[in-house]
Design a protein around this ligand. Structure first.
Ligand SMILES: Cc1ncc(COP(=O)(O)O)c(C=O)c1O
Length: 345
């Protein structure tokens, strides 16, 4: 194994020791196979290539201060994959199979699990793809479920969480009003690549989508949920096209425990002017503080029509910082885990 610099890991695909795979064929899953082969040999007519018969998950394993390994809420990811797989009308793993294969993947790749103290973790990526040959637009009868992983950094610097900027997406939608935004389908991410690249070229760190039916309410960022602090309230959008984020769900519980009132409701864009702290939240980074959100008529436009500011451009807001520290403490085993979120190996 190569020598890894645990303090300098980025969010990149890295081949570890092993991947775990199972195939669904003739009505049953094969026994999970541990393999060092990171390539698949697939029929070129497989549905995944043509119609994006595919969904995935993302979760993390952490090495705790006590030396134990913790996987954060894998049961929630299993349930979300079940809902994505059911939407695609494909076979999907049971919760037990999903968790077992994640555990096997972590154990097989244990040398790649970053030690405690670097803020790094082992990112686990379960993927479900349709693989039987087909020409018509159909759900897949044969499916591969595979779990791979990669050591990743936490994006935070020694100074703490680094705030970034965002732009509102006025002329590109992530999900249709009654579409697939609440599922973790691969197709959702293909549609978001172009606007995301435009936002990056303009120098913004994040892209904020609105509800595509009326363009008046906040939905979510490209690959993370939106949450804001307004006085003693934790505000996050209620929308049918937002991915139900496990990080957001956990932060809502922690916020409630801290005595904040959680408001899950439609959020009008203009309310941005009233927020004290705004964050993107998700597994990869937990919390990305947003210090500025700008609005333009379109991502190709030079005109900034509104600019909203939250807190300091170089520091996470105090309430968000507290929420962040609690969730990271639970993941690292330095704080009590009252809800049994972590699967301790
Ligand atoms: C579109 C989108 N929203 C939100 C999230 C955050 O979800 P979670 O906290 O479960 O990682 C993700 C990442 O998985 C995402 O891709």
């Amino acid at each position: 194994m190569e020598n890894l610099d645990w303090s300098n890991l980025s969010f990149n695909a890295r081949h570890t020791k092993a991947v775990v795979k199972s195939v669904y064929r003739d009505g049953r899953w094969s026994a999970p196979e541990v393999s060092d082969d990171f390539n698949l040999h697939l029929d070129i007519f497989a549905g995944v290539f043509h119609y994006s018969n595919s969904c995935f998950e993302g979760l993390k394993a952490f090495r705790g201060a006590d030396g134990k390994v913790r996987i954060f809420r894998p049961d929630e990811n299993a349930k979300r994959m079940a809902s994505s797989g059911a939407y695609l009308d494909m076979a999907y793993p049971s919760e037990e199979m999903f968790i077992d294969m994640c555990v096997t993947c972590v154990k097989e790749n244990i040398d790649y699990l970053p030690p405690y103290g670097f803020g790094a973790s082992l990112y686990i990526r379960p993927v479900l793809i349709g693989c039987n040959p087909q020409l018509g637009v159909q759900s897949s009868k044969e499916v591969i479920f595979m779990v791979m992983c990669s050591p990743v950094g936490l994006y935070s610097t020694s100074k703490g969480l680094t705030p970034t900027t965002a732009i509102i997406s006025r002329n590109y939608d992530r999900a249709a009003p009654n579409g697939t935004g609440r599922f973790k389908l691969s197709a959702n991410y293909a549609t978001s690549l172009h606007p995301y690249n435009l936002a990056h070229r303009l120098g913004y760190g994040e892209l904020l989508y609105l509800d595509s039916a009326t363009k008046t309410k906040i939905d979510e960022f490209g690959s993370s949920n939106f949450m804001a602090i307004k006085g003693d309230r934790y505000v996050t959008p209620l929308s049918n096209s937002v991915l139900p984020s496990i990080t957001n769900k956990s932060l809502q519980q922690i916020a409630t425990d801290f005595g904040l009132t959680v408001e899950k409701r439609p959020i009008p864009v203009e309310e941005l002017a009233e927020f004290d702290e705004v964050n993107a939240c998700g597994t990869a980074v937990v919390i990305t503080p947003i210090h500025t959100i700008e609005d333009r008529p379109g991502l190709e436009s030079d005109v900034v029509t509104a600019s909203y500011h939250f807190g300091s451009p170089d520091k996470c807001g105090p309430v968000s910082q507290k929420l962040y520290e609690r969730i990271r403490g639970i993941q690292n085993g330095t704080e009590e885990d009252p809800y049994g979120w972590c699967l301790v190996l």
